[in-house]
Design a protein around this ligand. Structure first.
Ligand SMILES: [Zn+2]
Length: 335
């Protein structure tokens, strides 16, 4: 059907056939959940961006050495991070209307002086209503500033998993990413990765070696869960990528959360999520942003991925499962 007289000469519209694709307009208003971010460290405007793009609920993760000024890090430094998030959480909810819950944990990306003190204190934190998960945590192949023996790390991860199990909470795992090869190296006298406020020169020699230390770390986490008696369905492996997807999907019952808020750094984006859904189904897949103020991150990443997944051929029901139902069910969010 054309309208021959409406334009001076034929436009694209006159050449297009009549079978217009049916656009899934429900995607415009699909609520979504971000089960891993550090939104309490973002600007007010970035948090507003979550609300403007339909975020229904989020888990703000208040573990991470980036925000502790002192190195080596002491237990009290981490307590401060937990308390800061607890202190501000309700005001964040009232400002932006989305639900904001918390994940608390001991991240082994930096050695902590007296981890037992934290593990003891965590018992009471885990009992708080606003704490919906333990984490992020997980064995990492190398630390910031000071090495942390890999068996000691694994013991700290296992102890947190045991606490999670006691409190019937899931665990958010930080799995190490393998980063794509850079097209070109930066000058090293700057000592940082542009886009990431981290003194790269302070990274330690690895405590895990072998061909694939990033995958080895994840396998140790899964072993820690078994030793702690925590069901694998209660473990969500964040930063899932091409290096760990097959192992996690075929040899464990863990959930996989693909971090897409800083694709420029880790190379994971909606295409990886679509490929994983095609291969393994949507039942154990989530998406998170990991947005934080210490690196270039995108609060609109999930909203953008919702459209991108559809363009990649994923159906609306699977998109809803991944961006909403799975994080809702595992973390008890948006209930
Ligand atoms: Zn994170």
């Amino acid at each position: 059907m054309t309208a021959p007289n409406a334009t001076v000469r034929p436009t694209d519209a006159a050449h297009l056939d009549e079978s217009d694709p049916e656009l899934p307009t429900e995607l415009l208003n699909l609520p979504w959940i971000d089960p891993h971010n550090h939104a309490h460290t973002l600007s007010w405007e970035d948090r507003e961006r979550y609300a403007l793009s339909g975020c229904r609920s989020m888990m703000m993760v208040s573990s991470g050495y980036h925000w502790t000024p002192y190195k080596p890090v002491e237990a009290s430094d981490i307590r401060f991070l937990w308390d800061d998030a607890i202190n501000r959480r309700r005001a964040i909810e009232r400002n932006h209307f989305f639900e904001a819950k918390l994940g608390l944990g001991v991240h082994t990306g930096v050695r902590i002086e007296n981890p037992d003190e934290l593990l003891t204190a965590m018992d009471d934190y885990c009992a708080l209503d606003e704490v919906v998960a333990v984490g992020e945590t997980g064995v990492v192949p190398s630390q910031h500033v000071e090495r942390w023996d890999v068996d000691e790390q694994q013991a700290v991860v296992e102890a947190q998993m045991a606490l999670a199990d006691d409190h019937d909470l899931p665990v958010l795992l930080h799995t190490p990413n393998t980063t794509p090869d850079a097209k070109r190296e930066y000058r090293d006298d700057l000592g940082v990765t542009p886009g990431y406020e981290k003194n790269a020169g302070l990274g330690t020699e690895p405590v895990l070696d072998g061909d694939n230390p990033a995958l080895e770390a994840v396998k140790r986490d899964v072993e820690a869960a078994a030793d702690a008696g925590l069901d694998e369905e209660r473990v969500v492996a964040s930063h899932a990528d091409a290096n760990n997807t097959e192992y996690l999907m075929t040899e464990t019952d863990c959930y996989l959360s693909y971090t897409i808020g800083h694709s420029w750094l880790v190379g994971v984006d909606a295409a990886d999520v679509a490929n994983a859904i095609d291969e393994y189904g949507a039942d154990r897949i989530m998406i998170d942003t990991d947005c934080a103020n210490v690196l270039r991150t995108d609060p609109y990443a999930v909203k953008r991925a919702i459209f991108e997944l559809y363009r990649y051929g994923i159906d609306v029901d699977d998109i809803r499962t991944v961006v909403y139902e799975n994080p809702r069910d595992v973390f008890g969010l948006a209930e």
